[in-house]
Design a protein around this ligand. Structure first.
Ligand code: C5P
Length: 237
């Protein structure tokens, strides 16, 4: 995989104000490795909103978490390709055939194709929730099962918590991309994230991409906050 980002920090533009998102994108584009746009943004502002952010030239992780039958996911991804996102994701629980279809959808795009990433277990679910869904074992057992399925289907990697990175890195090898939210610089407010890790520690455990939202976008000077995070990363990052 030849895709190279300037650095591993992707900032989550979690705002429903398009002008604010655009201002943040302009300020952050020269600093971060990429920006993440999610469901709330895309449903509100669609392709034209996406393009206003993409016009800053920054790579975009379009976090739409597709989950449907294989043919529909393949078609959905085809429809997104003209936006040229750097990263797209699908729910790994949609099954191996669905993930294969997602991967096939980008097959003809060559080296510039988006990474297709699997979402394993949503961090909002605890053991009781997954037992009620009929799944045995702990959430981390299920994360490992789904990461294995994602790898078997040919996906580029998974989203996982920082506390799962070390194990998945061992299980899935060095080429499998691990995208990690729940990252907090030392001393930063955790907000609603329950099990946070610092950017440096997450990279040391084997993360490839760090998704960081509020510590950057809610700072008085977001570009400076992102720069400070980058300066604290180990040199090899
Ligand atoms: O503001 P904060 O740094 O907590 O934002 C993290 C971003 O990563 C948000 O966009 C959130 O939706 C996303 N995310 C997460 N936990 C997951 C998956 C995605 O926090 N398991």
């Amino acid at each position: 995989m030849s895709k190279l980002f300037r650095n591993p920090v992707f900032c989550g533009l979690d705002t429903h104000d398009l002008d604010e998102a655009e201002q943040l994108a302009q300020a952050l584009a020269p600093v971060v490795g990429g920006l993440k746009l999610g469901l709330e943004f895309f449903y509100a502002f669609g392709r034209s909103g996406y393009e206003r952010i993409a016009d800053t030239g920054v790579p975009i992780f379009l976090d739409l978490k597709l989950h449907d039958i294989p043919n529909t996911v393949r078609g959905g991804i085809h429809s997104l390709l003209s936006l040229q996102p750097a990263i797209l994701n699908v729910h790994a629980s949609g099954g191996i055939e669905m993930m294969r279809a997602a991967r096939e959808a980008v097959e003809d795009e060559g080296d510039g194709r988006p990474w297709i990433i699997g979402v394993t277990v949503l961090t909002s679910l605890d053991e009781a929730d997954i037992v009620r869904m009929g799944i045995s074992g702990s959430p981390s057992d299920q994360v490992r099962r789904l990461a294995g399925a994602a790898q078997e289907a040919g996906l580029d990697g998974v989203v996982c918590s920082a506390h799962e990175v070390e194990r998945l890195r061992r299980d899935c090898g060095n080429d499998f991309k691990l995208i990690v939210p729940g990252i907090r610089p030392k001393g930063a407010e955790a907000h609603d994230q329950k099990r946070v890790m610092t950017p440096g520690d997450a990279l040391a455990h084997g993360a490839d991409i760090l998704v960081i939202g509020r510590p950057i976008i809610r700072a008085a000077d977001p570009a400076h906050a992102a720069q400070t995070i980058l300066e604290d990363l180990p040199p090899a990052a």
